[in-house]
Design a binder for this molecule. Sequence first.
Ligand code: SF4
Length: 470
Amino acid sequence: MEATNSSDEKDKPPSSGLEEPDQYETAHNKLTSKRVLALKNQPQHFSPLRESLFQSTSQTESATKAKTLPRKTIVIGEQTAKFRGRHYENVPDEQWNDWRWQLRNRIKDLPTLERLFALADDERHAIKQHNGSLPVSITPYYASLIHPTNPHQPLRRTVISTKDEYKFSPEEAADPLGEDGHSPVPGLVHRYPDRVLFLVTETCSVYCRYCTRSRMVGHKDTNVRFNPPQWEYALQYIARNKNVRDVLLSGGDPLTLADNRLDWLLSRLRQIPHVEIVRIGTKVPVVLPQRITPALTNVLKKYHPLFMSIHFTHPDELTPETSEACCRLADAGIPLGSQTVLLKGINDNVETMKKLMQGLLKIRVRPYYIYQCDPVLGSSHFRTSVKRGLDIIQGLRGHTSGYAVPSYVIDAPGGGGKIPLLPEYFQGWDGQDIVLKNYEGKVFRYPDRFGAKKTHSDSDDGGQRPCVSE
Ligand code: SF4
């Protein structure tokens, strides 16, 4: 349903999951068939740490080119163009660049996977074994970034299942964050005092094998119904609870919803006076960048202040398409932050993370969080030690721009919320001095006269621990 001046009409839930292509998009698709670019000088090889697309001079030129193009144009990276030429040669540009076509043609079954990739026995058996939630599903676009023969390539490991997924460890749980226990109405998690998590769909364009919500995404047989009547309960809860000033839309991926549904949801949230900000958690700009159409950004920018947290995993995802999508969102005034799950053998080293974080800044996304991988069922092959995460933060802080250093957090099992972790820059106290270690490991002192004074005279711990956090 398009926006209307009638408040009665506007309050009705949209009846259809897929909007009709509007006039603008039809015209846009005609244009793209003439204007699609196969950018030159993109990396042509796959490697575990493929060169970031924007690292070299030629890559920077590509990024600049993408930024200066008229916003109706959709770029196509050269690697994707080659893949498309090999496997989708009869698909015209306007279909390839149509997000609905990409969603309809997600790669989900074994024969199609076998056609595109040389599957390892391990992958083949795991896919045959699958039953229930978290199916394999990959957009043709994202498939173009996956190595056709190497099962160890980082992106491939995140979306094609292996038998390790069926090995459960004692510390793992289907709902490791205890979300279901903090859910006052189905589909809504209220854990922190002033904000809620609003799960609006069970659908994602691509299913990550380490998904914390694997219990509920990717199939319709969950206890929760993600549909407008269900949303109504959540909206009423938010309206009743005046302390909720921040609503995070997640799922599943909210940007798999049609424009008219998003428009309706956002307009309903904006009618609640105490909702100050709305955030959207999504992986769509990374796995389905075609979804970021001018029509979508026109919807989103009506509802500022609106923030977006984008799920990135690896520098191989920093393609011209994703750059274009993020620039469109940024041009619409949406502050963009990244969220990255620390994954063993995928992004668990300083070099990869630095390349990702620096690349994100180039496409106007502020690195926000690195998450320790949640102990969800069947994820032990993805989890690293916490020390590995701390070492990565230590390898970033001071070694690159502060803007490129996200917070490293553990989402505490059982519902304790996000807890930040820092390497030991703070070494302790020596008299009135705080002893600190810098990024090179050199020791410095800061004369904390005011903190120390309070401690010696006022604290109840015998003057042993000055209060440095007041
Ligand atoms: S995009 Fe998010 S919700 Fe969807 S499968 Fe990946 S981690 Fe889970």
